[in-house]
Write a protein that binds this ligand. Structure first.
Ligand code: SF4
Ligand code: SF4
Length: 366
C-alpha cells in the first residue's frame, strides 16, 4: 500500500517548470510501452506520472528511473493527452539540483533567473579579490600576457582550491542522493562495490548507447557525444596548460600540439552545442520544453568555448581589451566548473550515480 503524501508546492513547481498539464494523464500506459527503460514488472513512466499528478515529491526525488531517463522524448511524442512525461522528468531533475544543493542558497540562485545577477556577482567579486591579493588588479602595460594579469601560481592554486571545494560539497549532495535511492528501493539489496558497478556501466557512459533507442530525436546522441568528448579533451588540454605554467613553458605557440588539440575540442563543442541549441529552438515538438536551467547551461558552455577561442586570438593579435575578455572567460569557467553541482551540467554526476546504483540492484532494462 502506498501512503499518499502530496506536496502541493512541489506539484506547482513541477507544472511551472515543465508546462505540463499533469492532471490530463489518463494512465493509459502508452508511455510505458514506448519507453526503452520500462521493465515489465514496473510500469515506468506511467506510475511516475500518477505520482507527479498527486504531488508525491518523496517518491520522485531520489527516484532511480527518473535519472536513467535519457530524455529521448518518445513518451511525449506518443502520449495521446499531450501530457509530456519527458518534460515532467526533466523538471524533477531540475528540482533535484536544488534539493541536494550544499549550500542550499547556491541551488536556489542558479535555478531561478531572478538571481542570475547574484550568480554572476559571486565570481566577479571573488576573482577580483584574488587579483587584489595578488597585486594585479589592473590592466598590465605592454604585449598581452595573461599571466601578468592573473599570475599562474594564483590562478592555478585558487581555481584548484575552489574546484576541490565544490567537488567536496557536490559529493555531500550525491551521498544524500545515493541514500535516497536506497530508501526508494527498500526491497532491493545492493551488490558489489561502487567501482565494480561503475565499471559495469562504462559502455553506456562511453558510448551513450541508450541514446540510440531514441526514435523522436535522432541527432541527440551525436550532439551529446561531441559535447561530452569535446569537454573531456578541453579538460585534458587545461591540465597540460597548468603543467606547462608550472614548468615555465607557457604560453604555448599557435601550432603547439596541445593548442591544436584545444582548437579541435572547441570545434567539437561548437558543433555539439550548435545542434543542441538549434534543436531546442527549431524542433520544439520532438525536443519538448526548454527551461531556464537548460539555457543557462547551454549558453554558459557556448560563451566558455567562444571566449576561449577569442582570448587566444586576442593574445596573438595584441588586442587592447584582451584582459577584459579574459576576465569574462574566467566567469564562464566558473559557471561551468565551480557551479557544476548546482546546474544542469551536474546531471552528468547524478546520472552516473543513478546508473551505478541501478547496476548494484540489478535494475534490468526492457
Ligand atoms: S501516455 Fe500520457 S496519458 Fe498515457 S499514461 Fe503516459 S503520460 Fe499518462
Ligand atoms: S524520455 Fe524516453 S527514456 Fe525518458 S521516460 Fe520518456 S521514453 Fe523513457
Amino acid at each position: 500500500m502506498i501512503k499518499v503524501n502530496p506536496d502541493i508546492e512541489f506539484k506547482k513547481q513541477l507544472k511551472d517548470i515543465s508546462k505540463s498539464s499533469l492532471n490530463e494523464c489518463m494512465q493509459c500506459g502508452t508511455c510505458s510501452v514506448v519507453c526503452s527503460l520500462a521493465p515489465e514488472e514496473r510500469p515506468f513512466p506511467r506510475k511516475e506520472m500518477i505520482w507527479a499528478g498527486w504531488g508525491m515529491k518523496d517518491k520522485l526525488i531520489g527516484n532511480t528511473d527518473i535519472w536513467l531517463c535519457h530524455q529521448c522524448g518518445d513518451c511525449s511524442t506518443y502520449c495521446p493527452r499531450g501530457v509530456k512525461p519527458a518534460d515532467v522528468f526533466s523538471a524533477i531533475r531540475e528540482i533535484s539540483y536544488q534539493h541536494y544543493a550544499k549550500p542550499k542558497f547556491l541551488g536556489k540562485i542558479l535555478n531561478n533567473p531572478k538571481w542570475l545577477p547574484i550568480a554572476i556577482l559571486i565570481p566577479v567579486v571573488i576573482i577580483s579579490a584574488i587579483l587584489f591579493m595578488a597585486g594585479t588588479l589592473q590592466i598590465p602595460e605592454g604585449p598581452v600576457n595573461y599571466s601578468k594579469f592573473f599570475p599562474h601560481a594564483w590562478l592555478n592554486s585558487s581555481f584548484t582550491f575552489l574546484w576541490f571545494l565544490t567537488i567536496g560539497l557536490g559529493i555531500v549532495g550525491l551521498r544524500n542522493f545515493w541514500n535516497d535511492l536506497k530508501l526508494q528501493n527498500p526491497d532491493s539489496t545492493s551488490t558489489g562495490n561502487f567501482i565494480k558497478n561503475l565499471l559495469s556501466v562504462r559502455k553506456e557512459i562511453i558510448l551513450h548507447s541508450n541514446f540510440s533507442k531514441c526514435s523522436a530525436q535522432k541527432t541527440r546522441k551525436f550532439a551529446h557525444l561531441l559535447v561530452f568528448y569535446g569537454f573531456i579533451l578541453l579538460l585534458f588540454v587545461t591540465a597540460f596548460a597548468i603543467y606547462a605554467a608550472v614548468v615555465h613553458k607557457y604560453p604555448l605557440g599557435l601550432m603547439h600540439p596541445f593548442k591544436v588539440l584545444g582548437n579541435i575540442a572547441a570545434v567539437m563543442l561548437f558543433v555539439g552545442l550548435g545542434i543542441m541549441i538549434a534543436n531546442r529552438l527549431f524542433n520544439k515538438k520532438d525536443f519538448g520544453n526548454s527551461t531556464y536551467t537548460d539555457w543557462l547551461f547551454l549558453i554558459s558552455m557556448f560563451f566558455l568555448t567562444t571566449s576561449g577561442v577569442v582570448i587566444e586570438a586576442a593574445r596573438f593579435l595584441n588586442w587592447s581589451f584582451a584582459y577584459h575578455l579574459y576576465f569574462f572567460h574566467l566567469i564562464c569557467v566558473w559557471f561551468i566548473i565551480i557551479y557544476i553541482p548546482y546546474t544542469k551540467f551536474g546531471h552528468i554526476l547524478f546520472r552516473i550515480v543513478a546508473m551505478v546504483y541501478a547496476a548494484s540492484i540489478n535494475r534490468k532494462l526492457k
